[in-house]
Structure formats: structure tokens, C-alpha cells
Ligand binder design. Structure first.
Ligand SMILES: [Zn+2]
Ligand SMILES: [Zn+2]
Length: 350
């Protein structure tokens, strides 16, 4: 079978791997990969600035697949009965790429997204940039109507969905989302869905325009040329936003979130920064802020997103800006790492 592997930073190779052989174990599914979404994690791995990442690695964790073979039911595997109960060969699915242990403190609390032994497909173990793959049945999220592209977008959207869920947004409140990359855009869509008044902050004018024109965001701020605090105060009649999401993974940006929030606000750190974020304690205390981390997504987020796309409450059409066949990934991928190509989401077809 064809596969693409990242050998070391900056170097993909095309491979001809042995097809998956031998019997499946109980609770496993063999799937045909049809679509792979490319995200920031893949780009960091390619650039070599993904800490703790080991090479070589087959990337790919945003997957639209078709079930080829199943061994037993979803409940035959460890942990709670999966969402894929009753699934049949031939069905199309999104994959929840977070492989969890089922028994640690986080798993026991229904938080497999932050399992102590979490292993993410395409990050910690080989992922989906290949024709077939074996995954736990309970990680399959089927849909009878979603297109393959849409199935591959579910994971990206799930990150935003989970972050918005963590915040418990109220209708009508002002919400700031910093960072208009795919993760931030996911947050934006679910914040709008929750009825919040969304403000997006970025330094990329093209992305802010995308937010206004394609996602219907009412307010955007370009930090490269506007006084952020003054504009925020103006939009919110002096109150400042009551929920601030940071989807930049930039330490400076995360630290400034403390300045941009209203008294009593929640800060939700979605983007991951490999370092220390510091803040002024009186500033934090005076506002009585709540800081929340948001990591990956929960199985319920996948189920909910699929239902929302099926009901046409979430529109995925603006997302995909670039597309390539698996064979062309080695050549095309480097272009997707450049902001000037206007890439929001690149989709690989297998
Ligand atoms: Zn991703
Ligand atoms: Zn666990």
C-alpha cells in the first residue's frame, strides 16, 4: 500500500508498505483512508519544532475513512461502550485519533482527551497518510450523510467545540478569540453557534477578512496596526470580553490575554506553548479570572459536530483552500507551510 512518511524535519518520502495482514484483534477495525486534513501539528512536525516528536513518523490524524472489516463490537474493547456501537463494514466515519488507556484517573472521569497515557494517531504513533489503517472500533464516528471531506474536518472542529464547551459560553456575551488559524476558526464557529458576540484578533489581515466574509464574525482586530485594548473597550462599551480564547500557542499572546479580559472572565488556553506563561497576580486576582486549559476533544464532541454538520448548522465549505493527491504530498506539503499561500486547510485525497 502507498504511504507517505516524514523521515526527518523537512523530508517526506513516498513508501510502498506491506498491506495490513493477519487477523484483527477484538475491538479493532480495518479502515480505508480516503481523506487526510493537514493541520498545525503536521506543519510543526515538518519544520522540526514539535518538541518530543520522534522521526520517522507517518502523519495524519484528521481522517475521513470507510470501514473495511470489524472484529467484534465496539464494547468488546476496553473502556466504555464506544460511539460506534452497531457500526457495519462499508460505513463512512470520522476518527477520534486520541488513543487512551481506559483506566487512568482522567479516563475514569470521562476525560479520555487528557488520558495520562494518551497516544495520538499521526503524532505519537503512525497515523493515516496511507491507504489502510487499523484503529479501535470505539474511535470510529460514523455518518450516513457527511462527505469524506467533512468527515476529515470533524477532528479540527472538535478542538474548537471542546474549548467552547470548557468555557460554558452564555448567549450574547462578548468573546475574544486570538489566533485565526484552523483551531481558532473552529472556536469561532462554535462560539457563534453558542450565541456569543465574537471578536477575532490576529495579525494576518487575510485571515481576518476570511472571518468577516466567510464565517460572519462581526468584529475583527488587526493587532499589527490597531490598539487592541482600546478597540476591545470600544466594542464592549468599556467592559472587555468575558471569555478570552487563545489559539495562538504564543507565550506573549497568552500573557496579554490577562489584560484583555473583563472582571470575572474565563481564559481558555487552546493553543499549546512550550514554555512558561507568566502573569501579574494582582491583575489576575482583581479580575477573579478563571483559567482553563483545553486539550484535544471528547468523544461527545465528535458526535455533536457530526449532528451539527448533518443538520447544516455548521458549514464546512469555506474551510478547504488547498487539495492534493497522496502521491503529490511530498511536492505540495512545503507550500502549505507558508502563510502567504493563504492556506486555511489543505486536504489530501487517497
Ligand atoms: Zn489537527
Ligand atoms: Zn487513561
Amino acid at each position: 500500500m502507498k504511504a507517505i512518511r516524514l523521515e526527518e524535519p523537512g523530508r517526506f518520502v513516498g513508501l510502498d508498505l506491506e498491506p495490513v495482514s493477519g487477523p484483527l484483534r477484538p475491538g479493532e477495525a480495518l479502515v480505508r483512508v480516503h481523506r487526510i486534513g493537514v493541520c498545525g501539528t503536521d506543519i510543526h512536525a515538518f519544520r522540526g519544532n514539535q518538541p518530543f516528536f520522534t522521526y520517522p513518523r507517518i502523519l495524519g490524524h484528521e481522517l475521513g475513512v470507510q470501514v473495511l472489516e470489524l472484529e467484534g463490537s465496539a464494547s468488546a474493547s476496553y473502556g466504555a461502550t464506544g460511539p460506534a456501537e452497531g457500526i457495519r463494514p462499508g460505513e463512512y466515519c470520522a476518527i477520534e485519533p486520541y488513543l487512551n488507556c481506559g483506566s487512568c484517573i482522567a479516563c475514569r472521569q470521562g476525560k479520555p482527551n487528557c488520558c495520562v497515557k494518551l497516544s495520538v494517531l499521526g503524532v505519537h504513533v503512525d497515523g493515516g497518510m496511507r491507504e489502510t489503517l487499523v484503529v479501535p472500533i470505539r474511535k470510529l464516528h460514523p455518518s450516513k450523510t457527511l462527505a469524506l471531506d467533512q468527515l476529515a474536518l470533524v477532528e479540527t472542529l472538535a478542538i474548537g467545540c471542546h474549548a467552547v464547551d470548557r468555557a460554558g459560553l452564555r448567549e450574547g456575551e462578548f468573546v475574544l478569540v486570538t489566533g485565526a488559524g484552523p483551531i481558532g476558526l473552529g472556536v469561532v464557529q462554535f462560539a457563534i453557534e453558542a450565541g456569543a458576540q465574537v471578536i477575532v484578533l490576529d495579525i494576518n489581515g487575510q485571515r481576518l477578512e476570511f472571518c468577516r466574509n466567510r464565517l460572519g464574525v462581526p468584529y475583527t482586530i488587526d493587532a499589527s496596526r490597531e490598539n487592541v485594548l482600546a478597540v476591545l473597550a470600544e466594542i464592549t462599551a468599556g467592559d472587555l470580553p468575558t471569555a478570552v480564547f487563545d489559539a495562538t500557542g504564543n507565550g506573549r499572546s497568552m500573557a496579554s490575554a490577562f489584560e484583555y479580559s473583563a472582571n470575572g472572565a474565563r481564559l481558555i488556553f487552546v493553543g499549546l506553548f512550550q514554555g512558561e506563561v507568566t502573569f501579574n497576580d494582582p491583575n489576575f486576582h482583581r479580575r477573579e479570572l478563571t483559567i482553563l486549559a483545553s486539550r484535544n476533544a471528547r468523544p461527545e464532541d465528535f458526535t455533536r459536530i457530526i449532528a451539527l454538520i448533518e443538520a447544516k448548522r455548521i458549514d464546512t465549505s469555506p474551510w478547504i483552500t488547498h487539495r492534493a493527491a497522496l502521491n503529490d504530498v511530498v511536492k505540495e506539503f512545503p507550500l502549505w507551510t507558508k502563510a502567504e499561500t493563504g492556506v486555511i486547510k489543505a486536504m489530501i485525497e487517497v
